[in-house]
Structures are given as structure tokens and as C-alpha cells.
Design a protein around this ligand. Structure first.
Ligand SMILES: *[C@@H]1O[C@H](CO)[C@@H](O)[C@H](O)[C@H]1NC(C)=O
Ligand SMILES: *[C@@H]1O[C@H](CO)[C@@H](O)[C@H](O)[C@H]1NC(C)=O
Ligand SMILES: *[C@@H]1O[C@H](CO)[C@@H](O)[C@H](O)[C@H]1NC(C)=O
Ligand SMILES: *[C@@H]1O[C@H](CO)[C@@H](O)[C@H](O)[C@H]1NC(C)=O
Ligand SMILES: *[C@@H]1O[C@H](CO)[C@@H](O)[C@H](O)[C@H]1NC(C)=O
Ligand SMILES: *[C@@H]1O[C@H](CO)[C@@H](O)[C@H](O)[C@H]1NC(C)=O
Length: 294
């Protein structure tokens, strides 16, 4: 065998070994369950109570099953092109915290619904890593601490509910950063029944497409910012059961689509800037609702 042939043979062998390795690599990456599945399992392990039985379908597949197993077989998980896009674990007695929730491993998540569970503790600031998030529903849990201002960096959010939790502190001023929200008519912002204090950020006034704003049953004080009158799409506004004082801003008169306004149990005074509205005043309550068209 000439040295030329020898060289050819060696090159051939090297090529063969390289091919073998690369095909092994391809195989191992397609059979191993994805990073997303692992990260979700890590969070599952941190939960306790009945959640474990509700999530009994959340198990790693046998090695021969392909890596999108969690997309097809796991309760509450929906995928698109093998990536998790929606998580709906509403009302399944989840108990635990969000500390090990895989915020940084779910870059394609559009919807996260963890409502009606028993989650407690704070919302980690890492929530900002869910950059594609459009719907976030944490209502009716036992979450506490302050609302992280990083939540306001979620530019695609059009539904946010933090209602019926135990949040405290003030509403982040950065809420006005959400001006680029693609808010549709169905959008709702629910922040009720927490212990939020401080004043209402005037920057709420830049949420031009906001249709529903519920801030009732908190401890908000100060006057109602006149900028709320800029929320031209507003249909329902609830500011009842707070400590708001001063008068109703005259800018409210331009809220043409407003049909429900709850202001009862506050310390408001002055006149009502609406025509054609029916006013009901009882001992402790004041509600306003539209009785005819403008
Ligand atoms: C994984 O399974 C799904 C559904 O059974 C199939 O559509 C997909 O092509 C499979 N992927 C691979 C890499 O085998
Ligand atoms: C979350 O799920 C509940 C049903 O348990 C539903 O009422 C609610 O509208 C859902 N939230 C979102 C944002 O889809
Ligand atoms: C979310 O889950 C709840 C409870 O399992 C269910 O009632 C609801 O229809 C689900 N929502 C969606 C959008 O799948
Ligand atoms: C939660 O589930 C229970 C039954 O498990 C049902 O009675 C209740 O209406 C559900 N709540 C919501 C908000 O979907
Ligand atoms: C409001 O919604 C419209 C239509 O969806 C959109 O074109 C516009 O950019 C939105 N405005 C803001 C400030 O988000
Ligand atoms: C008010 O409501 C009407 C009818 O639903 C809608 O066409 C219009 O765009 C709304 N106005 C604003 C400013 O959202």
C-alpha cells in the first residue's frame, strides 16, 4: 500500500468517525426530553399538596419516545412546533411558590393561567423573561409581596389579572410602560382585593387601549388622576372600596364608552361630570351607571 493510499484510508476513517459522532449527537438531542420539560419538572418537584396528583401526567418519557412528549401528553401544556406556548393549570389545587418556575426556559410562552390555586410567596422578578407573554392570570391565589415593576416590561401583555391575592405596596409607576400593549376590546386588568396602597399612577393614562380597569378593594389614597380620562376605550372602571379623596376629574366626562363606574366607599366629594347618568347614593355606597345613551 502506497503512502498515498494510506493517507486516503486514514482520511476516510477520520471522516467515518466524525460522521458517526455527529449522527450520535443528532440522535441524543432528538431523543432526550427538551430543556423545557426538564425545567417544568423541576418546578413540579417544588410543589406540594394535591398538585402532585393533578400533574401525574408530567413524567419523562421512556428514551425511545421523541422529545415533544411533554407537548402531547402533559396536562395543561400546549405547544407549537415543539415549543411550549400555553400553560393552563387553573383550579387544580396547586400549592407552592413560583421560585423555581422556569421563567427563563419558556421563551415562546403566550399564555400562563395559574388562577384559582394556592400559590404563595412573591412574583419573582424573572417573570420579565417571558417576553412573548400575552395573557397572565394569577387571580385567586395567596401571592404576596409587591408587584414587581419588571412585570411592566412585558410589552405583549394584553390581559393581566392579579385579583384576589395578598399583594401589598404601591402599584409600580412603570405600569405606563405598557403603552405598547396590543390591547383588544376583551382586555382586562384586574388588580382587586389586594392590599395595594399609595396613589393611582397617573401613567395609567397612557394605556390607551385599556377597556377594563379594576382597582377596587385596596387601600389606594390620594386623588383620582385626571389622566384616567385619557383612557378613551374604557368600558368598566372600578375604584370602589379605597381611600380616594378629592373630586371626580372632569376629564371623566370624555369617557364616551364607559358604561360601569364603581366609586363607592371612598372619600370623594364634588360634582358628577356626567350627563344622562343615574346616580344612586345610599348610606355608604355610591355607584354610577349609565341609564341611557349619550
Ligand atoms: C415526534 O412525534 C410527533 C407525533 O407523534 C411527530 O409528529 C414528530 O414528527 C416526531 N418527531 C421526531 C423528531 O421524531
Ligand atoms: C384561566 O382559567 C379560568 C378557568 O379556570 C378562566 O376563567 C380564565 O378566563 C382563564 N384566564 C385566561 C387569561 O384565559
Ligand atoms: C383551563 O383549565 C380549566 C381547568 O382545567 C378549564 O376549565 C379551562 O377551560 C381551561 N381553559 C383553556 C383556555 O383551556
Ligand atoms: C374549580 O373546580 C371546582 C371543582 O373541582 C368547581 O366546582 C369550581 O367551579 C371551579 N372553579 C372555577 C373558577 O373554575
Ligand atoms: C391600540 O390598538 C390599536 C389596534 O389594535 C393599535 O393599532 C394601536 O397601536 C394600539 N395603541 C396602543 C397605544 O397600544
Ligand atoms: C367605543 O365603542 C365603539 C363600539 O363598541 C367602538 O367602535 C369604538 O372604537 C370605541 N371607542 C374607543 C375610543 O375605544
Amino acid at each position: 500500500m502506497t503512502s498515498y493510499h494510506m493517507e486516503l484510508l486514514v482520511s476516510f476513517l477520520v471522516l467515518l468517525v466524525l460522521l458517526l459522532f455527529s449522527s450520535l449527537n443528532v440522535n441524543s438531542s432528538s431523543t432526550s426530553p427538551s430543556k423545557e420539560a426538564h425545567a417544568l419538572l423541576n418546578w413540579k418537584d417544588s410543589l406540594h399538596g394535591e398538585a402532585t396528583s393533578a400533574l401525574s401526567s408530567w413524567v419523562l418519557p421512556p428514551s425511545h419516545v421523541n422529545s415533544s412528549h411533554h407537548c402531547r401528553n402533559w396536562f395543561g401544556i400546549s405547544c407549537k412546533a415543539g415549543k411550549v406556548v400555553d400553560i393552563n393549570l387553573s383550579n387544580i389545587s396547586l400549592a407552592g411558590t413560583l421560585q423555581s418556575f422556569p421563567f427563563s426556559n419558556l421563551p415562546n410562552l403566550n399564555g400562563l393561567n395559574l388562577s384559582f390555586n394556592s400559590l404563595y410567596g412573591a412574583i419573582p422578578v424573572q417573570i420579565t423573561e417571558l417576553s412573548e407573554l400575552q395573557r397572565l392570570d394569577f387571580k385567586q391565589n395567596h401571592l404576596s409581596g409587591s408587584i414587581p415593576s419588571s412585570l411592566c416590561d412585558l410589552r405583549n401583555l394584553n390581559y393581566l389579572s392579579l385579583a384576589s391575592n395578598q399583594f401589598s405596596g404601591s402599584i409600580p409607576q412603570e405600569i405606563g410602560n405598557l403603552r405598547n400593549w396590543k390591547l383588544e376590546i376583551s382586555c382586562k386588568t384586574r388588580l382587586r382585593t389586594n392590599h395595594l396602597s399609595g396613589s393611582i399612577p397617573s401613567l395609567f393614562g397612557s394605556l390607551q387601549n385599556l377597556t377594563m380597569l379594576y382597582l377596587g378593594e385596596n387601600e389606594l389614597s390620594g386623588s383620582i388622576p385626571s389622566e384616567i380620562g385619557n383612557l378613551k376605550s374604557l368600558v368598566e372602571l372600578e375604584l370602589s372600596e379605597n381611600h380616594l379623596s378629592s373630586s371626580i376629574p372632569s376629564s371623566f366626562g370624555s369617557l364616551q364608552n364607559l358604561t360601569l363606574l364603581y366609586l363607592y366607599e371612598n372619600e370623594l366629594s364634588g360634582s358628577i361630570p356626567f350627563r344622562n347618568w343615574k346616580l344612586e347614593i345610599s348610606c355608604e355606597t355610591m355607584s354610577l351607571y349609565k341609564s341611557s345613551q349619550w
